[in-house]
Design a protein around this ligand. Structure first.
Ligand code: IMP
Ligand code: MG
Length: 177
């Protein structure tokens, strides 16, 4: 499988960065009760590793949006299922796998703001450097990456590659048009 993929970030580098992010989150939130909300499916691997490094009382919830067709952003975002706990008056940390065009994040922030959380911050494993537009909406970024199609560590291409322990980019010949 490896010849299809350029490895961009190794499993060890991911783990190290997660420890740094978790330390920053602990410092910022001190002993507040956090609601950590993961965006399915892409964020599940990152969120599982991140929450296990955050030494604070927290609860986890998930929501799911559909925003992508094949390897391209359609620009259309819809809620597939919403989270279950109320977040009014709570400190919410939204966990994303990647912010690309920013359409999904824009939609999610608008949606979550209507639920009146006490605070709402965003932690994204990856940020595509091309799209500087949403940068100031993301409080914690794992890695800034080049504008390539990314797979592994939760990210997929047609459902495959989510279980890879590293972050990689599909080589051009293997990209879907
Ligand atoms: P955006 O709305 O364009 O920012 O895209 C957000 C969503 O599209 C992410 O949460 C991912 O699920 C998916 N996505 C964007 N870029 C990639 C990529 O390079 N690989 C895999 N999924 C991606
Ligand atoms: Mg996603």
């Amino acid at each position: 499988m490896k010849q299809k993929i350029d490895i961009l970030v190794t499993a060890a580098e991911i783990q190290k960065r997660i420890e740094d992010l978790a330390a920053q989150i602990e410092k910022d939130y001190k002993c507040k009760h956090l609601v950590v909300v993961g965006v399915l499916k892409g964020a599940f691997v990152f969120m599982a590793d991140l929450v296990r490094c955050i030494n604070l009382p927290l609860t986890c919830d998930f929501l799911r949006v559909a925003s992508y067709e094949e390897n391209k952003s359609t620009g259309i975002v819809g809620m597939e299922f919403d989270m279950t706990q109320p977040i009014a008056g709570k400190d919410v940390l939204l966990i994303e796998d990647i912010v690309d065009s920013g359409n999904t994040l824009r939609y999610l922030l608008k949606h979550l703001e209507t639920k009146k959380p006490a605070s709402l911050k965003v932690c994204s494993l990856l940020y595509k450097e091309m799209n500087k537009g949403m940068r100031d909406q993301i409080h914690y970024i794992g890695f800034t990456i080049p504008n390539r199609y990314i797979i592994g560590y939760g990210l997929d291409s047609e459902g495959l590659y989510r279980s890879l322990p590293y972050i990689g980019a599909l080589r051009k010949a293997f990209l879907k048009e």
